[in-house]
Design a protein around this ligand. Sequence first.
Ligand code: H79
Length: 420
Amino acid sequence: QDMPDMWNKGATANAAHPGLKWFREAKFGLFIHWGLYSKLAGRWKDSSYYGSGEWIMYRTKAPATEYAKVAQTFNPTGFDAAEWAKTAKEAGIKYLVVTAKHHEGFSMYDSKVTDFDIMDASPYKKDPMKALAAACKAQGIPFGFYYSQFLDWHEPNGGGNNWDFKNKDYQEYYRTKSVPQLKELLTNYGPLGLVWFDMPGGLTPEQTKLMIDSLRVLQPGCLFSSRVGHDLGDYRDFGDSEVPPVPIAGAWESIYTHNDSWGYIQHDLNFKSPREIIHLLSNVASKGGNLMLNVGPDGNGKWPAYSVEYLKATGKWLQTYGESIYGTTWGLIPAQPWGVTTSKPGKLFLHVWQMPANRQLRVPGVTAKVKSVKILGSNKTLTWKQLPEETIVELPVTLPDTRNTVLLMEYSGQQPDLSQ
Ligand code: H79
């Protein structure tokens, strides 16, 4: 199979980073987009917008002073950090990343760098990020911040807002807002699993390196995402909602929305079903990466009911089949008409998305000696026939999970990697 250049590009600068161990085993992360746009919910001045609700200020070209007034009505009294972390835990989530500041420029935490933060500009008068960091710690979930280091539509020198502000000094923006805020985030919230940078700009590779070095000393164990720019991140993110076509070595992540927006949109009910989430998760794992799935809580701090329900359903699937996801590497054979594979030493996990009509599961390319085949989560051992070209597994009439039943095939000896 051809390997397009783009998938090869950008090997991480820091493959020996100690944080990569937990990150690579985690496989399933939760992204949370929460800000003033969540309160707007896809509406601005009697007009409705669909998709990327966190971009509403940009799409409406709302004047910064006018947009800032939304903060005065942002009072998420329904926010319950313990509930968020508990739902994440039940969903089988192994790390959580939340927007500390998105492109709109509003700080969702107690920042001394600006008054345009939830403490000073909103009636809420509490720091939800403090509570969330503590709740994640209590649940044993590594916690990280998304931080938009360049785009900031509120600031005269921030990237992106060309409808209010001209003649920008990006250096000044980094010096007076981004870097001091990143230092706050890396200082005041305990050990962070990662910082998720987004949309680099305005800095040379040398300047980016200097910024990173000044942040690293605060938390050497914290991972930085690849969108810090100039291939200086510790692990790789591809485009939004993108899975590589073939397995990719090294630490990486695919990010997906649950419906069609990162930030909450009241009129978007296009949520991926549990089946779709489970297929997405196993597909990304079959390529060797993590899935970070997004939830967009509303302006009151509540998750969409569908997100709660479907994430919990995914967690239930993981209770039975988690062994085939967590701590795995990519499958050793390419995707099949019936599904995908993941692997551990001596083990091939067969993710059966689609029951073959004749109930015979054809597994090509296994040349190591097959020792056993069983259905995960049951004691059921299946019969199989190993031929030189393929192994044929006899499936029962009904599979325990029609979305994805996982079979464990154990083998002895060397199995070549035929996935590429
Ligand atoms: O935080 C999420 C996005 O808001 C952010 N990255 C993920 C994680 C992001 N920043 N930039 N972009 C995504 C790409 C920009 C896409 C756009 Fe558009 C196309 C901006 C304007 C046109 C989509 C369509 C958003 C607004 C209209």
